[in-house]
Write a protein that binds this ligand. Sequence first.
Ligand SMILES: [Cu+2]
Ligand SMILES: [Zn+2]
Length: 227
Amino acid sequence: MRIQEFNHIDTSCPRTRAETCQCESVDRLTEDSNTVVAQCILEHSDAVKGTILLIQAPGTVTLIKGTITGLEPGLHGFHIHEFGDMTDGCKSMGGHYNPDNVEHGDITQGHVGDLGNITADDSGTAKFTIQAKRVELIGSRSVIGRGFVVHSDEDDLGKGRDEESKKTGNAGDRLACGVIVARSQEMTEVAPPGKEKMVKGLKKKFKKDKSAPYAIAWAAHNKAKKK
Ligand SMILES: [Cu+2]
Ligand SMILES: [Zn+2]
């Protein structure tokens, strides 16, 4: 059984089965502490590539921003799966992250990991920014150490008539996946090389603005993408 399997593998995180465990440090973060930045680089596909950035300031909604290339044009189910375990490729990432033990749904209801669909354009590129109200980077329900999976088919958001719809949304094969890992809280870390000054400037500018961490990180992220 799975438990036995994992006795042979030295996974340091019992919660998410990720190779490195960041749960303790994430749990320690409280209301008055820093914004948490995480990222995920998709693996296990020759065609489908992507980087996803996640940001949450204490008491605010988590933003998920990413670009995925190499997809078939159209809609693709996109979820956070329970485990950051890629010992058996994307298969070992488990089901959709579902701490409340409910049926599959969409971004507003259902599994916490249900993010609906991303849309790839004619060139096969999906660019997205998702405000994920139920996804936490901070505290005991943090998704750090869990994983993203992008699927071959459209997620029916639990509205299909079959049983599978209530479990997976009939999103089909797992095209690519990656572990969500915490990044340094220093926003300069998000800045591309040579752009640290620009980020410093933004930091100053947004000092009194509560949305500052987002502004800084997104600006830096966008600059990095344009490179
Ligand atoms: Cu999935
Ligand atoms: Zn789901």
